[in-house]
Design a protein around this ligand. Structure first.
Ligand SMILES: Nc1ncnc2c1ncn2[C@@H]1O[C@H](COP(=O)(O)OP(=O)(O)OP(=O)(O)O)[C@@H](O)[C@H]1O
Length: 300
């Protein structure tokens, strides 16, 4: 049984449907991507999983049980809108939050010190939140989400506002939580992070789940329409190969847009007839392209 099971949940606000029959499961040691354009219903879904709002239909199960006090303790949340008290010492806030989720004061303090060491900012323990930069406040809020060792963690735009070094640091931390068996529900508009971190995803659009499954399998459903080609000498006449829709010169060689995968073989033959090839690859679509295509088509 998976730690988090969302089964056909619905949520209405008046006559507006925010989430319409969404189902997915997050396994132990899995990072699950919840994606969608603005207003698709992601935040509403996360709020239902957190027990902040109740679904109007369907159910959510935590280790097979419905939401209750025990489940509150199992959950950790990094909201997109950060909300810590600027004038209060961050250790006071975080230790308090950890206690609300069932941790003893002593354990919470020790855990917080460990996390601050881990993030190489032990001196923050006694600082007020307003004394930290925005990015560092974000790291602290991340600690607040995981300090009580929740089994299910919900991360909403976890890396926004962070510099590249801190993005790597938090990414590594998220992967470690996964490897320790945490179930992570991960929502973002940054598709490259999803490609790197998530095995399974749901793309929502206007309250409906429109694409679901393992990223590998989703990608295989979309045609490969790009060829990367490089050779020692310039290749003539690529534009005139039937099926080639566009040719772009890049630093490394050529990027060709094709309509059908078979055209790739014709490109290869054409190029080889002119000399040795250094690189030839039929690219699979990126998740970004899949997202734009899926959501974009439905917009129209
Ligand atoms: N409290 C509310 N009252 C009325 N409508 C709401 C409420 N919360 C959300 N909605 C509506 O429900 C729909 C889904 O909103 P939601 O915030 O879940 O989307 P989202 O996918 O998180 O979007 P974003 O990427 O912009 O954060 C939207 O049409 C939104 O206007």
């Amino acid at each position: 049984m998976n730690p988090l099971v969302v089964n056909r949940v619905m949520k209405q606000y008046g006559d507006k449907t925010a989430v319409n029959g969404l189902s997915f499961e997050v396994g132990a040691g899995e990072i699950y991507g919840l994606l969608g354009a603005n207003g698709a219903g992601k935040t509403t879904t996360m709020r239902m999983v957190l027990g902040l709002i109740m679904p109007d239909g369907g159910e959510i199960r935590y280790n097979g049980k419905p939401y209750g006090e025990e489940q509150l303790r199992m959950l950790g949340y990094l909201p997109e809108e950060r909300g810590m008290y600027p004038k209060v010492k961050l250790s006071e806030q975080i230790v308090y939050l950890a206690q609300l989720r069932g941790m003893s004061r002593k354990d919470a303090e020790a855990n917080l010190r460990r996390w601050l060491d881990r993030f190489q900012v032990p001196e923050y323990y006694d600082k007020k939140v307003e004394e930290l930069s925005k990015g560092n406040q974000q790291k602290i809020q991340f600690i607040a989400a995981v300090i009580h060792r929740p089994q299910i963690v919900i991360l909403d735009e976890a890396f926004s506002g962070l510099d590249p070094v801190n993005v790597e640091l938090l990414k590594t931390t998220v992967k470690e939580l996964r490897d320790e068996g945490t179930s992570i529900l991960f929502s973002t508009h940054r598709m490259e992070h999803v490609e790197e971190l998530c095995r399974n995803i749901t793309i929502m659009h206007k309250s409906n789940p429109v694409l679901q499954g393992p990223i590998r399998e989703i990608k295989s459903r979309f045609p490969r329409e790009k060829v990367v080609l490089s050779a020692e000498a310039p290749i003539q006449g690529l534009e005139s190969i039937p099926g080639v829709q566009g040719v772009t010169r890049t630093e490394q060689g050529y990027l060709l847009q094709i309509a059908r995968a078979e055209t790739a073989q014709d490109i290869l033959k054409h190029a080889l007839a002119q000399g040795p090839i250094q690189k030839f690859e039929l690219l699979e679509p990126t998740l970004n392209e899949i997202f734009i295509r899926t959501v974009g088509e439905r917009h129209e």
